[in-house]
Design a protein around this ligand. Structure first.
Ligand code: NAP
Length: 332
């Protein structure tokens, strides 16, 4: 039975990846930080066979301890401060967890494997935010980076550390440069989920409108369930490498609003959306569109969920969640 350790198990991708690996027959270990983390019950419900270990990407010895217990064949480093907006407000913390955290887990792995880093396969969750002020479109593995947020800068550090440990210590280390991916498990702070939740609440009469930032921002959005499959495929290759994972399509926030509102029968949403300068980014990224042809050729990976299907499943899920919450509130 192969063994895998996932940092960031309580996050969107951690849950999908944990489910995927458990279904493939892996013994799955998840790193959880803090005392009585409220998300533990969700993880245990979705992945009943999971073994949870305490640890924090800010604490090297806790990472070494987790590796000693898990004895993993594969390590997936998904833990991060992952919300770009927050990274300007908490730049130092983002640098420490999203950037230095990668170095710490690589160091923990080097110590754990006594220098033979080829023994354990390592995946680093890198991001399209590293491209920022883009140098070419679409972006591919060879496109130079120009990050535009503390998050993007921290991810770029983590990416180069991963490449450096591969080159310095022969680590089987892969960096997945993933474009935005979403699902009904996305955190409420991210714009896709903020929109689908608000649309559900507006349709149910629970709120009147939603305040957003720049409606013209465009992103390459895929489905998280597809993207964790790509992470696993990267670690099954004969040699470690870096891959862009993306749909190759771009959509604006305005299009996201069109699809989400029309799902609940609202075709003109202009009176239900306001723009609030607080949600504008201090420095915006340019047009992010990924070229995932290397992943298609070498991993046989392709996205299976369209933009429209993704938005529909998120709206449908939020409608269910909000209906249950509203009926509970009326019983109290
Ligand atoms: P997410 O939902 O925000 O999850 C982040 C995870 O990191 C949570 O489990 C969180 O645990 C954990 N974490 C935060 N600080 C930590 C620390 N000090 N030590 C250990 N764990 C810590 O993010 P996601 O969407 O699943 O993304 C997974 C990874 O892919 C992240 O690294 C993200 O930056 C990267 N990525 C995501 C996307 C995307 O579109 N989703 C695109 C490119 C790259 P708590 O429950 O304790 O907070």
């Amino acid at each position: 039975m192969p063994r895998a350790l996932i940092t960031g198990i309580t996050g969107q991708d951690g849950l999908y990846l944990g489910e995927l690996l458990a279904a493939k027959g892996y013994e799955v270990f998840g790193l959880v930080r803090g005392q009585s983390n409220p998300k533990i019950s969700t993880v245990e419900r979705i992945i009943p066979s999971i073994e949870l270990l305490e640890g924090d990407l800010r604490d090297l010895s806790s990472l070494i301890g987790a590796l000693e217990i898990a004895q993993p064949d594969e390590v997936y480093n998904l833990g991060a401060i992952s919300f770009v907006g927050l990274s300007w407000k908490q730049a130092e913390l983002t640098g420490d967890i999203t950037g230095m955290g990668v170095l710490r887990i690589l160091e923990a792995l080097r110590i754990h494997t006594q220098g033979d880093m080829s023994k354990v396969r390592f995946y680093q969750a890198s991001s399209s935010e590293m491209f920022g002020k883009v140098r070419e479109t679409p972006q591919r593995e060879s496109t130079p980076f120009h990050p535009r947020s503390p998050y993007g800068v921290a991810k770029t550090f983590g990416h180069y550390m991963t490449v450096n440990y591969r080159e310095s210590y022969d680590a089987f280390a892969c960096s997945g440069i993933l474009f935005n991916h979403e699902s009904e498990r996305r955190g409420h702070e991210f714009v896709t989920r903020k929109v689908t939740r608000a649309v559900a609440r507006i349709a149910l009469g629970l709120q009147a409108s939603v305040a957003l930032g720049n409606l013209d921002s465009r992103r390459d959005w895929g489905f998280a369930g597809d993207y964790v499959e790509a992470m696993w495929k990267m670690l099954q290759q004969d040699t470690p490498d870096d891959f862009v994972i993306a749909t190759g399509e771009t959509h604006s926030i305005g299009e996201l609003l069109d699809v989400a509102f029309s799902r609940v029968g609202i075709n003109d949403w202009s009176s239900k959306v306001t723009q609030d300068p607080r949600f504008f980014r201090p420095a915006e990224v340019d047009l992010l569109i990924g070229d995932a042809s290397k992943a298609a050729d070498e991993l046989g990976w392709k996205p299976t969920v369209t933009f429209e299907q993704l938005v529909h499943r998120m709206v449908d899920s939020d409608l269910k969640i909000e209906k249950i919450a509203a009926s509970r509130a009326s019983e109290d």
